[in-house]
Design a protein. Structure first.
Length: 130
């Protein structure tokens, strides 16, 4: 497991983003108040930091850093589907649930969104209940 930190831009409630990865990709991004662990970076984290800096400066809307979030099979399907939604487009939980196979998945989609460990890159905040 690898970990590093990025200073957040001014205006964020916490001063750092904790970035963790394994050999396959980024496993989590979390806003934190303190640097809690020793830095042990790798090339994937270095690329993530570069792309996050570009995103915060308005130069990037899509990320190409490898991702490896940990979750259930259904959560991973939800997060993969979220990544396929074009930047700036808003989907309801209902539309996302239907894309995954059933309108009955709406609550499960909401729960998967709430457990998204990489919400800066796999966005869920622009999705809404309908």
């Amino acid at each position: 497991m690898y970990q590093d930190y990025l200073n957040t831009p001014k205006g964020f409630p916490k001063p750092y983003i904790s970035i963790t990865a394994d050999d396959d990709g980024i496993t989590s991004l979390n806003f934190v108040s303190e640097k809690e662990a020793l830095v042990n970076s790798n090339a994937i984290i270095d690329l993530c930091i570069k792309q996050l800096k570009e995103y915060f400066s308005g130069k990037r809307t899509l990320f190409s850093v490898p991702l490896a979030p940990k979750g259930t099979e259904f959560q991973i399907r939800v997060w993969q589907t979220l990544q396929s939604i074009p930047y700036g487009e808003i989907w309801s939980y209902k539309k996302l649930a239907l894309t995954l196979g059933s309108v009955n998945y709406c609550r499960a989609v909401g729960m998967a969104n709430s457990r998204n460990p990489i919400s800066l890159i796999i966005p869920c905040q622009s999705r809404h209940w309908s």
